[in-house]
Design a protein. Structure first.
Length: 188
């Protein structure tokens, strides 16, 4: 039960980061969203808000890696499609209200520790993508390049689609990435 409250608070922080950003993710907001008791704050996060945000960053990275693992051993284009489809679903199912919790922290934190923590989480995603893309038919060098491109381009496309409240930009970027990947796979 104790970890259930902590887990609910971390999940609530992720939702708030993805929709309101770091500034809109206070302990009060998390408690209101999750219904957790006020005493839970410093019981579960004795080092304050940054500890909660770091836990949310870690959970976001782990969730992304777990989703990607569904395509372990599959062709690289199927890995990339799942990655892109996950972002597309987030955008469309939230009415363009949610984006990436890690981006929210990266652009809004003044804490070098949180920025470094978020950079480490992005690296976990990227390394997972590299491994799965290489398993899926790309050379290690090509997998490293494409993982960086896939992650960077999709994050940018999410931001642009949220701003315009339209999936067209995201779909254009996704289609371009998949065409490039399939051409690279065909040439390999």
């Amino acid at each position: 039960m104790v970890s259930d409250v902590r887990d609910k608070m971390v999940d609530g922080a992720i939702r708030l980061l993805a929709t309101r950003g770091l500034a809109g993710t206070s302990f009060s907001d998390v408690l209101q969203l999750t219904g957790a008791p006020r005493g839970s704050i410093y019981h579960h996060f004795p080092n304050g808000k940054d500890e909660l945000i770091a836990a949310a960053v870690d959970r976001s990275a782990a969730t992304a890696v777990n989703v990607l693992e569904q395509r372990a051993g599959r062709p690289a284009d199927e890995v990339a499609e799942l990655f892109l489809d996950t972002w597309r679903l987030l955008l469309t199912h939230t009415g363009f209200e949610a984006g990436c919790a890690l981006v929210a922290v990266t652009v809004d934190t003044d804490s070098e520790d949180l920025r470094a923590h978020t950079a480490a989480a992005f690296l976990v995603w990227r390394e997972s993508l590299v491994r799965l893309l290489a398993q899926g038919g790309l050379s290690t060098d090509a997998a490293e390049r494409f993982a960086a491109l896939l992650l960077s381009a999709s994050e940018g496309a999410v931001v642009l689609s949220r701003a315009g409240r339209d999936i067209a930009t995201f779909d254009l970027v996704a289609d371009t990435l998949l065409r490039q990947l399939r051409a690279e796979l065909a040439a390999a």
